[in-house]
Design a protein around this ligand. Structure first.
Ligand code: PEP
Length: 252
């Protein structure tokens, strides 16, 4: 069975002191978390301090983004190796904010996924359609394009270090969550596509997270869907008690 994974993306929020305070609350609230993996992705500036707080905790550390080169003259960028060095085990790649605000293409995201996996980390590879694409009934073709290009050149072995996050863009930060039916339909489609690309074994093993206005009051119904293996949580991950409740989801 796939072990559920709950990840919090703190985005561009919180000073070092605020991040440390939140991490302390999570380390306490999630000290006994079992049968699920939990990770948080603070801003780069807070990673080292949060790593120290979480060192004895089951909560893992993730980077929000990376540059695909290991090192070099890339002013302002951070490589997967540096994220690993500071204690990260996962890196979010291809978040819709990176795609939309910073012009990241599927091909560029593909180089990042490979760099993350090559550094011995796990990529949380984000995909999702915009509202216009959904309304034009292009959801599946958009997802297929993002998956085929974004995961191009990986094999079933390297895919063991990839987690997919389905995040409909229209649901991110809007308070508008996909219905459980919409989430399951997309996740089932993605799993079928991964089976075609990497085989049934990988497709059954890989975790597919849902992201988009996940909250304490909708996580249980989402997690009850057979192909929803966890959540990537933005806004609700900034409040300790809400995120602890999300991580403590109940399968209905
Ligand atoms: C996200 O940023 O990945 C996200 C899902 O944000 P929110 O939970 O705030 O919609």
């Amino acid at each position: 069975m796939r072990k559920p994974f709950i990840a919090g993306n703190w985005k561009l929020h919180k000073t070092v002191a605020e991040s440390v305070a939140l991490a302390r609350e999570l380390a306490h609230g999630l000290a006994d978390v079992k049968e699920r993996d939990v990770a948080v992705a603070p801003a780069f500036t807070a990673l080292a301090s949060v790593a120290a707080v979480l060192s004895e905790s089951p909560v893992a550390l993730a980077g929000q983004n990376c540059y695909p080169e290991a090192q070099g003259a890339f002013t302002g960028e951070v490589s997967p190796y540096l994220l690993k060095d500071v204690g990260c085990r996962h890196v979010i790649v291809g978040h819709s904010e990176r795609r939309q605000l910073f012009g990241e293409t599927d091909g560029f995201i593909n180089t990042k996924v490979k760099a993350v996996v090559g550094a011995g980390l796990t990529a949380i590879f984000c995909i999702g359609e915009t509202l216009a694409e959904r309304e034009e009934e292009r959801t599946f073709s958009v997802l297929e394009h993002q998956v085929r290009i974004g995961l191009n050149g990986l094999d079933a072995t390297s895919m063991q270090h990839v987690i997919v996050a389905y995040e409909p863009v229209w649901a991110i930060g809007t308070g508008r969550t996909a219905t459980t039916g919409q989430a399951q339909e997309a996740h089932g489609f993605i799993r079928g596509l991964l089976a075609e690309m990497f085989g049934d074994v990988l497709a059954q093993e890989i975790r597919i997270l849902y992201g988009g206005s996940v909250k304490a009051d909708n996580i249980d119904a989402l997690m009850a869907q057979p192909d929803v293996d966890g959540a990537l949580v933005g806004g609700a991950s900034l409040k300790a008690d809400e995120f602890v409740r999300i991580a403590a989801f109940q399968n209905l």
